[in-house]
Ligand binder design. Sequence first.
Ligand code: SAH
Length: 361
Amino acid sequence: MRSSSRAHPRTRREHFIALFPSAPAFRLKQVAQALFQEGAEGWQDITTFPASMREALMRDVPWMSVSEAALRESKRGDTFKAVLKTADGLVFETVLMANARDQWTVCVSSQIGCAMRCTFCATGAMGLRRSLTEDEIVDQLRFWRVFLRSRPHLPERISNVVFMGMGEPLANYENVKSAIRTWLACTDLGPTHVTVSTVGVLPQMEALLTDRDWPAVRIAISLHSADQKRREEIVPSTVPDFLVKLADWSRRYVQILGNRRHHLTFEYTLLQGVNDTEEVARGLGTFIRKTGVKKLNVIPWNPVSGKAFAQSTQERIDRFKAVVSSFGIDVTQRHSMGEDIAAACGQLATAHSGDPSPREE
Ligand code: SAH
């Protein structure tokens, strides 16, 4: 007989159910609430549980699913990157960055590595190790909360979470959804302050349209090209007729979730000479108009070693933005932060090189 190997460490939920198979459902809610209880440092502090339950939890269930393997701070002190270690000895990254409201945005990972192979991205080059568990996603926010509490000179409030670290969140749909639901239920984070960035995994995008449990978070779709052939070159996971299907999906999203119309954004990483010309910008403007989406966020490419792309000059970026804006689209540019600590978009690859992170204008 083959031994049953687990692809991921056991989660708190799995542990709890194994320990207390007949416990009522509200106990699982209390487990989640305990994780965010003010001042709690372990199960011993959670007095909502009877002593016997507390003892079993302390004995068997890890309070934290990740531990700090390394921590870096940008020179300006506005960006921190942590390398976190899982119970099965893998490492991945999470980033904390100051936002315009003097609060913090946490950039979380959804997977260790990524299977999407985007040609310009550092994570894409490492392939997929495994998806993160719901605990490992939930605990990235908890990690930074503890971090900030231990540094009283820094603003304390985390106001935003973006799934723009390692991995493709919609390829880990259930765990991403559970983690977001836990944050929304147990913290003061609001759904419109959470952004799930996706390369565009159509089956899951289809699923969330009718999934009543899918929270009202913002969705950012990484477009990178409005030309099917060019997009297949830049993003090799692009399926046939992707752009036609994406335009159709976007229109239905706006139709079905009309109250979330403003939650939909396109992201576009600018690669000099590849997808940043005025002609390309006109094609992009025409495409976006067909989708009903009103917002484009352009991301200047953050250099990744070994990749033969070049960063567009600010002059080219400005021209590109102006052309797309002339189609009535609201265009913003993301600025890199923490460039000295390798924390930027698409640079998270756990190779511990040095660089930045995203912030919108
Ligand atoms: N898998 C998700 C999250 C990726 S990270 C997705 O594809 O959306 C968030 C954004 O940063 C994506 O748009 C991604 O394409 C972009 N990105 C990746 N590497 C980058 C780099 N080196 N420079 C600029 N943007 C990059």
